[in-house]
Each structure stands twice: as structure tokens, then as C-alpha cells.
Design a protein around this ligand. Structure first.
Ligand code: GDP
Length: 138
């Protein structure tokens, strides 16, 4: 069993698609074992995405993540990190496979509906950013 950090981004909450994305997550076999709706400050978004601070889109990405509420989640399942990346689809929705969250819901390469950790090491760091152990009920 493995855990990963998922974020439903502001383009999802704005269009009232939280349940639609959660249905895709649960149908894939992943379990939502913690979930929290919140609004990030710019400072918090910059801290969360600090690994991307040298990238050209860093400022735009952090600003976008503060445009509305997000839903942070812990997902659990076998190979949860890699499995959720498959369920999400490619970063650019134009390249995302049929049936993936991003293919179905993403608006653009930036407003691409979901975040998922890219390694087990980052998953542990990202889960701790949003949740305490007491919040996570497997
Ligand atoms: P991910 O792991 O698939 O989310 O992709 P990355 O780690 O490469 O990028 C993090 C996030 O930055 C993506 O999910 C997008 O929201 C955003 N992003 C990535 N590439 C671009 C880009 O070229 N332009 C803009 N504006 N945003 C981008």
C-alpha cells in the first residue's frame, strides 16, 4: 500500500466538478483517505511549488492556484503514486490519454485540474504540508 498527495485545482472547484473528479479517482481503485477544502495564500502556493521556482511558469502557476478553493487529498492504493499519475493524464491536456482526468476536465496546460505527487519521497513531504497523521483515516 502506498499514499500520494492529490490536489483538485481551482478550475475544478470553480466549475463544481469535485464530485466528478472524485468519482474517477474512486473508480480507478484509489481510496480517498483524507480530504480538505481550503484556499491557498500566495506565500503558501509558492512554498508548495518551491521545486519549480526556477521555471518560467512559476509565478503564473502560483497565482492560478490562489484564484479559488482547492481540495487537498491523500489517496491510498497499490502503487498509488504511479497509478494516480496515470489516472491524471499528461500535464498538457492536449497530450492526455482518453479517459484521464486531464483529458476530460482540464482547461489548459496550467489550469489542468489536478496535482499528483511524482515520487514516494515527495508524496510524504506534500502530504505533511496539508495533513497531520490524525487527519488521515485509512
Ligand atoms: P505535473 O507533474 O504533471 O503537474 O507537471 P509539472 O510538475 O511539470 O508542472 C507543475 C504544474 O505547473 C502543472 O500541473 C501545470 O499546472 C503547471 N505547468 C506546467 N507546465 C506549464 C507551462 O508550460 N505553462 C504554464 N502556465 N503552466 C505550466
Amino acid at each position: 500500500m502506498e499514499r500520494t498527495l492529490s490536489i483538485l485545482k481551482p478550475d475544478i472547484t470553480r466549475r463544481n466538478l469535485t464530485g466528478a473528479v472524485n468519482e474517477k479517482i474512486e473508480k480507478s481503485g484509489l481510496r480517498i483517505i483524507a480530504q480538505r477544502r481550503l484556499r491557498l495564500s500566495l506565500e503558501e502556493a509558492q512554498k508548495f511549488y518551491a521545486v519549480h521556482k526556477e521555471r518560467s511558469f512559476f509565478n503564473d502557476l502560483c497565482a492560478f492556484m490562489t484564484t479559488g478553493p482547492i481540495v487537498a487529498q491523500v489517496l491510498e492504493g497499490e502503487n498509488a503514486v504511479a497509478n494516480y499519475r496515470n489516472v491524471m493524464g499528461a500535464t498538457n491536456p492536449a497530450n492526455a490519454d482518453e479517459g484521464t482526468i486531464r483529458r476530460e476536465f482540464a482547461e489548459s496546460i496550467e489550469a489542468n485540474s489536478v496535482h499528483g505527487s511524482d515520487s514516494q519521497e515527495n508524496a510524504a513531504i506534500e502530504i505533511a504540508f496539508f495533513f497531520s497523521e490524525l487527519d488521515i483515516v485509512g
